[in-house]
Write a protein that binds this ligand. Structure first.
Ligand code: HEC
Ligand code: HEC
Ligand code: HEC
Ligand code: HEC
Ligand code: HEC
Ligand code: HEC
Ligand code: HEC
Length: 272
């Protein structure tokens, strides 16, 4: 995580507040802005971003949601975003309100849904803090968010590690991806051990400049793990096999070579 992406220099923050004055948006909105969300993490404390604005509403803290959303609040203790805190002398966890906006009016009304933000439909609430992620979803090859998918298809905002099935360590963490991509699910007679490292070893889950959202567009993708030996007379060995004439013909997974890169039912060299 590139923390700097979320941070705002204090001058930028003051500028923002000044702008609010200039636009005469009123004291209530200013109150919302001042209760900026900061992230406290060890010795690091910095302003992150203003949560979604709900005119007239003030923060009541995560405890204020517990009365009616008991289960969500209970589980939230384990959530990545539970570390988000409001600034100020009465600092309290505003975890819920960092995504849903200030909750006083929603709460006082007994749960009027028009007085709270539900980020289900639009990823903009997430993008407010995760600017770099917005960029990934503008790349030519990307998951279709928001057209067909939402951030919460892969991320749980309410419980545990926000990255579901990130696929960084164990095969089982690929489950989130395999829910929609059944064709890549094994078992295969000839497994490709790379799958244990996770889908994200080869795919950038948000978006990429490369087709199929691949992390690299050529043999580099595979040579991260497969040793390439340069022999005399310009011969190239990969996996102990002479690849000199193959490499100019295309990628490792095209041109009739290792096309069954996720695993093969018929061929130990990962072919169809
Ligand atoms: C990281 C952003 C984020 C945080 C933090 C967050 N939510 Fe949500 N919440 C969402 C998104 C996105 C949805 C819509 C998608 C979904 O239902 O998962 C949602 C949906 C909801 C819903 C309606 C659907 C349901 O599950 O009942 C409620 C109620 C809710 N959140 C309450 C809370 C409470 C209470 C907290 C704090 C304990 C909280 N949220 C923290 C992003 C967040
Ligand atoms: C006094 C009770 C009460 C309190 C306190 C309360 N809520 Fe709700 N909330 C409700 C009710 C009732 C609903 C509507 C549930 C439904 O229609 O399924 C609701 C719905 C929601 C929804 C879904 C909105 C939608 O578009 O469907 C979100 C998000 C939400 N609450 C967040 C929060 C957050 C965040 C807090 C704390 C800041 C909070 N609520 C505090 C009663 C409350
Ligand atoms: C108020 C700012 C804010 C909002 C809004 C927000 N996030 Fe975050 N999010 C953060 C911060 C800050 C971190 C880093 C937490 C840390 O590293 O300690 C984070 C971390 C994450 C992570 C990585 C978690 C991990 O365990 O490494 C994911 C995934 C994520 N957010 C997704 C989302 C999604 C999806 C939404 C919208 C539903 C969202 N965020 C809304 C501030 C925000
Ligand atoms: C198709 C599944 C998928 C969707 C949809 C998705 N993500 Fe992710 N996201 C992932 C995976 C997997 C990782 C972990 C990447 C890794 O381990 O290399 C991740 C990592 C993250 C992180 C933390 C690491 C980083 O790159 O900063 C954030 C923040 C995040 N996602 C935000 C979002 C937001 C916001 C949306 C919606 C606009 C979204 N994601 C939609 C799968 C997804
Ligand atoms: C909620 C369903 C869903 C989840 C979960 C999901 N995807 Fe996707 N994925 C899609 C959709 C929809 C598309 C676009 C399909 C299309 O345009 O043909 C897509 C496209 C792709 C593509 C490009 C396919 C192509 O033919 O160009 C890759 C690669 C991919 N996803 C990998 C992943 C990985 C890796 C994960 C886990 C981090 C994941 N997906 C999680 C629904 C999902
Ligand atoms: C060793 C690298 C690697 C790993 C790990 C990997 N993929 Fe792929 N994936 C590829 C390559 C290379 C292609 C492009 C194949 C092509 O264009 O013929 C691809 C293509 C795809 C496609 C497009 C349809 C297709 O089969 O051509 C989807 C969907 C996909 N991968 C999903 C996944 C999922 C889900 C996982 C994790 C379970 C995963 N991949 C793990 C390398 C990998
Ligand atoms: C994360 C590491 C990793 C990546 C990336 C990776 N592989 Fe592998 N691959 C392995 C491991 C480990 C094995 C099993 C041990 C071996 O045979 O080297 C293997 C085995 C193979 C085999 C079977 C070798 C044999 O003779 O049985 C082929 C073919 C193969 N990989 C092709 C590819 C291709 C093509 C790519 C790129 C799309 C790729 N690999 C990317 C780790 C990886």
């Amino acid at each position: 995580m590139k923390r700097t992406e979320f941070s705002q220099p204090s001058t930028g923050w003051r500028h923002r507040i000044r702008q609010l004055f200039q636009r005469r948006l009123g004291l209530l909105l200013l109150g919302t802005a001042l209760a900026a969300i900061v992230i406290s993490c060890g010795t690091l404390t910095r302003t992150v971003m203003a949560p979604p604005a709900i005119p007239g509403a003030t923060f009541i803290g995560t405890v204020g949601c517990a009365e009616c959303h008991e289960e969500l609040v209970r589980d939230f203790r384990t959530a990545s975003h539970a570390r988000l805190m409001a600034r100020g002398p009465n600092a309290m966890s505003t975890g819920c309100e960092s995504c849903h906006g200030a909750g006083s009016l929603h709460s006082e009304s007994g749960g009027d849904v028009s007085l709270i933000v539900n980020p289900e439909k639009s990823p903009n609430v997430c993008f407010d803090c995760h600017l770099d992620i917005r960029g990934s979803f503008n790349l030519p090859h990307r998951h279709p968010v928001p057209e067909q998918l939402t951030c919460t298809d892969c991320h749980d905002p309410h419980k545990g590690d926000a990255i579901m099935g990130g696929g960084t360590a164990l095969f089982s963490q690929n489950e989130t991806c395999l829910e929609c991509h059944n064709a890549q699910r094994g078992p295969h007679v000839f497994e490709h051990e790379a799958m244990r490292e996770g889908c994200t070893t080869c795919h950038l889950p948000h978006g990429s400049v490369n087709p199929r959202m691949l992390a690299q567009r050529n043999a580099t993708l595979c040579l991260k793990c497969h040793f390439q030996e340069q022999r005399s007379a310009g011969r190239v060995l990969i996996g102990g096999f002479d690849h000199t004439t193959f490499l100019p013909q295309g990628t490792c997974w095209s041109a009739g070579c290792h096309e069954a890169v996720h695993g093969s039912q018929v061929n130990s060299s990962l072919r169809y």
